[in-house]
Design a protein around this ligand. Structure first.
Ligand SMILES: [Ca+2]
Length: 629
């Protein structure tokens, strides 16, 4: 008896040593540690269920947000099960905001990567660390091989970059993101009063962990957000047919103009623009500026980037910005990028006056002038991706000349560019991505959360425990069969609309006290609070506004919603000229609208563009009121 048990024990010891090594390996990056098949999600916004079927609840992030995965997301298939619907479901492990999660997805939304050893060899040759590679393989495969990833070795130490980028005041996070992402460092937070310092209205210092998450290039590699790494320079091989697709729904995009976009983005033409500019500076005696410009190496500007920018600036309808705006000097002027179009009662007209001052009296002059402006403002210093514009990891002016303090700038920019590509059938266009690599990076970075986030840990012990220890102190259930509390559907009761955690459909100009009364009419026992974006309670007489957080507590639970009033981009509950200004600033890239505020400005489809401005104008003029959908 005693002898016979010796051998299995020894095997078990060896096995557990082996498993300990496996477990250690899994601590490095749990998704990679799991045993399974490499695969990717092949479509956008796919639900992840807690069991093999659509009737199972969604897997949550932050205990409130249903996780959806997008095309190109790397997943590991660890099992296959039949659902009650007869469909086959995969049990998958994946990374979400840096956390390892597990759930089920219907098998037709998941594609196995298969044998891509040649591509893996390419990634290794590029010098991509192991922790980047699964994500890049998934994105590459999901694009049908159209997306090319090139390593950008910054030579910078991760710890130095993080130190610099998290300098207090250099990285801000909007109030919508909740306090978990804010810095509690002295100066940013007063622990005596519990007050956060507002660096700008409703903008707070981001914590070091928040900065780490957004600085980490891998955070952008789970889906189309990776467009933050799209190279804005180059693009010499973009064809007329490809660009025609980008501008397909633009009434102003004639074949001639499409060719002009391609020409205006070329290095050769931009070199000419540089010489013209040099001549002007020298003739004006601006020697210093001319000398600085002389030293600039000109690269091409991707025509796709130019086209996407133009369509977001001037929209898709026929516009005089593209067909020529006749001024009193008898000439027509053009402005495809709304350069100089701000201020006054008619910003667009100011843009035309700017075009006149630059002599843009043909469409091509305006395109080349615009491309030159974009080159100088976006690409010149080597900051030729949205990511590098936010985090200047280039050798020139490292950590300086960053385009935004918003820590999510590149993340949001990458995602919204992806959305516009998808909308225009461009997701499978040949694109080149320059992905930064830092030295001594941590295995993983995670977006901070307000509560402990549940994570999946691969089971290191495939053997079932033969002798499970009984629960040492089983607590008697005090009430074995409690009456479940009534669940109220406040959203339908109030005829509102819930999308993600955003609540909309309020009648414009509803006072907060009226909203509270309406909720109490559904359930008199509900406790209701409404706070502004910074967490301060709002007065009863305030209007229901974009960015307000509505919390309803009842016996069944706590429901938290962020309010969206369409057209109210600045969050005062009214639709007025100040909202036009907020949207304009967003479009110009001066001040990015995020969260509820961004939603409030999405008045036609999912983008914020000239059409949003027009809709707000029409509302203010009383011609077409904005619908609270
Ligand atoms: Ca407003």
């Amino acid at each position: 008896m005693t002898h016979s048990s010796a051998k299995p024990n020894r095997i078990k010891r060896i096995l557990s040593a082996f498993l300990a090594v496996l477990l250690l390996a899994s601590l490095v990056l749990p998704v990679l540690g799991s045993v399974g098949e490499d695969a990717y999600v092949n479509d956008d916004a796919i639900n992840v269920r807690s069991g093999p079927g659509a009737s199972y609840s969604s897997v949550q992030f932050g205990k409130s947000k249903a996780i959806r995965l997008y095309r190109g997301q790397y997943v590991k298939i660890i099992a296959t099960e039949k659902g009650p619907d007869g469909a086959s479901w995969y049990q998958i492990v994946f990374t979400y905001n840096g956390y390892t999660k597990m759930g089920y997805m219907r098998s037709d939304f998941v594609t196995r990567i298969g044998d891509d050893s040649a591509y893996q060899a390419y990634l290794t040759e590029q010098g991509f660390p192991k922790t980047y590679q699964p994500y890049l393989r998934a994105l590459h495969a999901a694009s049908g091989g159209q997306w090319t990833f090139v390593a950008y070795h910054t030579g910078l130490k991760w710890s130095d970059a993080l130190e610099n980028e998290s300098t207090l005041g250099r990285a801000l996070i909007h109030g919508n993101y909740g306090t978990a992402l804010r810095s509690t460092a002295p100066g940013a937070y007063d622990s005596k009063t519990g007050q956060w310092k507002e660096y700008e209205p409703d903008w707070y210092a981001a914590s070091r962990q928040t900065v780490a998450y957004y600085l980490d290039p891998r955070s952008y590699l789970t889906d189309g957000t990776c467009i933050a790494f799209e190279q804005l320079s180059g693009g010499e091989d973009v064809t007329h047919a490809q660009l025609k697709k980008v501008l397909a729904d633009c009434a102003w995009a004639t074949d001639a103009i499409i060719d002009e976009f391609i020409k205006a983005g070329s290095q050769e033409e931009l070199e000419k623009a540089k010489q013209t500019e040099l001549k002007r500076l020298r003739s004006e005696g601006k020697t210093e500026a001319a000398d600085r410009l002389e030293a600039v190496t000109v690269s091409g500007v991707s025509p796709i980037f130019l086209a996407v920018k133009a369509r977001s600036e001037i929209g898709t309808s026929s516009t005089k910005n593209a067909t020529g705006y006749l001024l009193s000097d008898g000439k027509k002027y053009y402005n495809f990028f709304n350069i100089g179009a701000y201020g006054g009662s008619d910003p667009n007209y100011n843009g035309i006056l700017y075009a006149q001052s630059k002599g843009w009296d043909t469409s091509y002059k305006a395109l080349l002038g615009g491309a030159w402006f974009i080159f100088r403002n976006y690409i010149e210093a080597g900051q030729d991706t949205q990511y590098l514009q936010r985090f200047n990891l280039t050798p020139q002016y490292t950590y300086a000349y960053q385009y935004a303090t918003d820590i999510t700038y590149a993340y949001q920019g990458g995602w919204s560019t992806y959305e516009s590509y998808v909308k225009n059938g461009l997701a499978d266009t040949a694109l080149t991505f320059s992905v930064p690599i830092l030295e001594n990076m941590p295995a993983v970075t995670k977006l901070p959360t307000s509560a402990q986030e549940d994570e999946y840990t691969p089971d290191p012990d495939p053997e079932p425990d033969p002798d499970p220890k009984p629960d040492p102190d089983p607590k008697p259930d005090p009430d074995p069969d409690p009456e479940p509390p009534t669940t109220y559907d406040y959203v339908s009761g109030l005829k509102l609309r819930l999308s993600d955690s955003y609540l909309s459909g309020f009648t414009l100009g509803t006072p907060v006290k009226t909203l509270i009364a309406q909720i109490k009419a559904v359930n008199p026992d509900a406790a209701v609070t409404v706070t502004d974006g910074s967490g301060k309670a709002v007065s009863d007489s305030a209007l229901v506004s974009t960015g307000q957080v509505l919390t309803i507590r009842d016996a069944a639970g706590t429901y938290t919603y962020t309010c969206v009033v369409y057209g109210d981009a600045n969050g005062d509950g009214r639709i007025a000229a100040t909202d036009l200004l907020a949207v304009k600033k967003h479009i110009l890239g001066v001040r990015t609208l995020t969260g509820a505020y961004a939603r409030a400005a999405q008045l036609s489809g999912s983008k914020i563009a000239a059409t949003s401005l027009l809709a707000i104008k029409k509302h203010i003029l009383g011609t077409t009121p904005i619908v609270q959908k």
